[in-house]
Design a protein around this ligand. Structure first.
Ligand code: XUL
Ligand code: CO
Length: 441
């Protein structure tokens, strides 16, 4: 049964089109920086927001009207698979992502949950045979069920540690079965609420042990996905251990895990950590650990994780600039970890939301590529640091300077001269590039 039969296949019609069911900027075949947009952006759809969630939030029940809502249990799970692959085809997206609980209902026991997965996973595999849409990543939801109320791998309760491990074990098998390119760990409950009852040391050590066991098991079964940690500073915990890329990297180094992990960076998690989206991408890029992206945006007036579809062209441009500088995302992609607003409860809003997100990243890609080709920021930045290209600066970066030579140099200085950072000029140049692309120049 078609679930989106009133929605046409969405194709590129250009910026002048008034057809709401068309891409204005996302043109999958168009080459940017030597690759097609489809290859560069590697768009993914988040199963949980688009097919499972009902748009409930802490102050209100769900509002989503979906034509699979009358079903329940395994029938509902199967209908969602059918709806999902129809939706992927309408948008022509290359990837999707899911948690275990998104695709199949949890049973009363772990064995029953696994049995439900064993019915749905082959169904997904069958659909994938006739679809171009592949699995960007899967993950285990080790945060929603009450058993995780004190955490999962960082729980005080060893039985819960074991349960969490069993769920990840199953998802590694599922990822292998479906050819997943990455595997994500978002530690929603891997943190604490208060230090008054927390042994942080054992929690962190256990988290390190858990990740090593996951690495070992993936190796054992021959699942060669890129492992990704998705940092978030808080919510639902007061403090999450994978706070941001910098703290996640320190954790990986301490527990000797750097060879096995990169990061999945989510825009709204970056802003919750007090960073910009581009800060997190940049930090990961310069450390060689930029793996994948959860593309969304937060609301500037709300403190929580609102997971809006990305429409801020300034932010998508700066994000794509980092991705271009990274040489692309490799096996990663842009997963829309984003949900329609509660008032956008109709099924067609899901299509409009994805068109908005895909078009916004297409604009970001085109603008960033032009800026990159013209070396707009590169020339400014290399000029700004040119004091390290010769003289005492070169001695510093070559490791030839010490406090004696630096003191001699400082004593010999008559004055220190600076150059302007030209921030306003840079910003207005960026606006110029943004408007040129929008005007089709
Ligand atoms: C929660 C979040 C998750 C992860 C996967 O904030 O972003 O959906 O992406 O567990
Ligand atoms: Co996410």
């Amino acid at each position: 049964m078609p679930y989106f039969d009133n929605i046409p296949i969405i194709s590129y019609e250009g910026a002048g089109s008034n057809n709401p069911y068309s891409f204005k900027f996302y043109n999958p075949e168009e080459k940017v920086g030597g690759r097609t947009m489809e290859e560069y952006l590697r768009i993914g759809i988040a199963y949980w927001h688009t097919f499972t969630a009902d748009l409930s939030e802490p102050f209100g029940v769900g509002t989503a009207v979906r034509n699979w809502n009358h079903l329940d249990g395994m029938e509902l799970a199967k209908a969602r698979v059918e709806a999902a692959f129809e939706f992927f085809e309408k948008l022509g997206v290359p990837y999707f992502c899911f948690h275990d609980v998104d695709i199949a209902p949890e049973g009363d026991t772990l064995a029953e949950t696994n049995k439900n997965l064993d019915t749905i996973v082959p169904m997904i595999k069958d659909y994938m045979k006739d679809s171009k849409t592949k699995l960007l990543w899967n993950t285990a939801n080790n945060f929603t069920h009450p058993r995780f109320l004190h955490g999962a791998a960082s729980s005080n309760n060893a039985d819960v540690f074991a349960y969490a491990a069993a769920k990840v074990k199953k998802q590694l098998e599922v990822g292998k079965e479906l050819g997943g390119e990455n595997y994500v760990f978002w530690g929603g409950r891997e943190g604490y609420e208060t230090l008054l009852n927390t042994d942080m040391k054992i929690e962190l050590d256990n988290l390190g042990r858990f990740f090593h066991m996951a690495v070992d098991y993936a190796k054992e079964i021959g699942f060669d996905a890129q492992f990704l940690i998705e940092p978030k500073p808080k919510e639902p915990t007061t403090h999450q251990y994978d706070f941001d890329v910098a703290s996640g990297l320190a954790f990986l180094e301490k527990y000797d895990l750097t060879n096995h992990f990169k990061f999945n960076i989510e825009a709204n998690h970056a802003t919750l950590a007090g960073h910009t989206f581009e800060h997190e991408l940049h930090y990961a890029r310069v450390h060689g650990v930029l793996g994948s992206v959860d593309a969304n945006q937060g609301h500037p007036l709300l403190g929580w994780d609102t997971d809006e579809f990305p429409t801020d062209l300034y932010a998508t441009t700066l994000a794509m600039y980092e991705i271009i500088k990274n040489g692309g995302l490799g096996r990663g992609g842009l997963n829309f970890d984003a949900k329609v607003r509660r008032g956008s409860f109709e099924q067609e809003d899901l299509i409009h939301a994805h068109i908005a997100g895909m078009d916004s990243f297409a604009v970001g890609l085109k603008v960033a590529q032009q800026m990159y080709d013209d070396r707009v920021l590169e020339d400014i930045i290399s000029e700004r640091y040119s004091s390290y290209d010769s003289g005492i600066g070169k001695d510093i970066v070559d490791g030839k300077a010490d406090f004696h030579s630096l003191e001699d140099h400082a004593l010999s200085l008559k004055e220190i001269s600076h150059q302007s950072g030209r921030l306003e000029l840079i910003k207005s140049t960026m606006n110029q590039y943004l408007l040129r692309v929008n005007a089709g120049e």
